[in-house]
Ligand binder design. Structure first.
Ligand code: NAP
Length: 286
């Protein structure tokens, strides 16, 4: 694709950004549909977030994704939020229309789609444990609540954040919720034992040496383990060794990216093309 004066500009703002697979995924989709657009990585430091977001208007950038650590902080610079971004309290997609910046969140829908489609797991009536209380955990928790999960245990290193997220889930969806600290290991052991789904929504696992500290004996044979981290984490290795059903975060990455693409372009996302682009990028990075 030749860049010209008519090329539409999209991108992703985050810090760090060099590991992001979104440019590969979205550029492949633009090319496949013959859309005259380019998707760029923007390294944005926390202290520059306001200036960077304002400049989307000044530079006529059509839309961006937002990643760590800006999903919450970016909200104050936007004109409007859609209902899921409001509920979750985080934005991962910004679309510019007529000089206004609209904030969306496609992480929850992407997570749920992947869980159902890739994992063949229907959360309705099930009991789930989510580790984490940041933006990704909020997206997963609220989408599970909306999908009719029976009970949600929200576990976090900082228990206050787990309590805040549990209240948010209650406020919007009236589900049974239980906040827990990650180091309340005995309670956590039993709660995982009687659950159907365990989700890691912390950033622990991104480094090979990371350990969540979950007792492996709590991972019972009927448990589905979903790790939002894209690589094979220690938790996933343990689940696979025990023969449990499991998924890493790649399916969610492509599903949330496909939803963002549809918000950016108004066109149906070429899901297969996006998935292949991500698979190829991972293959060649190894
Ligand atoms: P975030 O808002 O920064 O939240 C980070 C979470 O991880 C918090 O709950 C934090 O606990 C916990 N945490 C960090 N370091 C920890 C440690 N050493 N011990 C225990 N807990 C720790 O990040 P996020 O946006 O929610 O993202 C979380 C993860 O999800 C990242 O790995 C991200 O790549 C992944 N993600 C994947 C997708 C996908 O498409 N697959 C989409 C979004 C995010 P405290 O509250 O106690 O600090």
């Amino acid at each position: 694709m030749k860049v010209s004066g008519q090329t539409q500009i999209f991108g992703i703002m985050g810090s760090p950004i060099e590991h992001s697979l979104s440019p590969v995924m979205h550029n492949a989709a633009f090319e496949a549909l013959g859309i005259h657009a380019v998707y760029l990585p923007f390294l944005v430091k926390p202290e520059d977030l306001g200036k960077a977001t304002m400049s989307l208007r000044a530079l006529n950038v059509s839309g961006v994704n937002v990643t760590i650590p800006h999903k919450g902080g970016v909200i104050e610079f936007l004109d409007e939020l859609d209902p899921s971004a409001k509920q979750i309290g985080a934005v991962n997609t910004i679309v510019q229309r007529n000089g206004k910046l609209y904030g969306h969140n496609t992480d929850g829908a992407g997570f749920l789609l992947s869980l159902r489609k890739d994992g063949h797991f229907d959360p309705a009536g099930k009991r789930a444990v989510i580790i984490g209380s940041g933006g990704a955990a909020a997206a997963a928790a609220l989408s599970l609540a909306e999908a009719g999960v029976r009970r949600l245990v929200i576990v976090n290193r900082n228990k206050t954040r787990a309590e805040v997220l549990a209240k948010r889930v209650k406020k919007y969806f009236e589900r049974e919720t239980l906040p827990l600290a990650l180091d309340e290991s005995r309670a956590l052991y039993w709660l995982i034992k009687e659950s159907d789904l365990l989700v890691n929504a912390t950033s622990l696992g991104m480094k090979a040496t990371d350990r969540l500290g979950i007792n492996p004996n709590s991972l019972h044979s009927k448990l589905f383990v979903y790790d939002l981290v894209y690589r094979e984490t220690h938790l996933l290795k343990t689940a696979r060794r025990k023969g449990l059903k499991n998924l890493d975060g790649l399916g969610m990455l492509v599903s949330q990216g496909a939803r963002s693409f549809e918000l950016f372009t108004g066109k149906r996302a070429p899901f297969r093309v996006m998935k292949n682009a991500v698979d190829q990028a991972i293959k060649f990075s190894k």
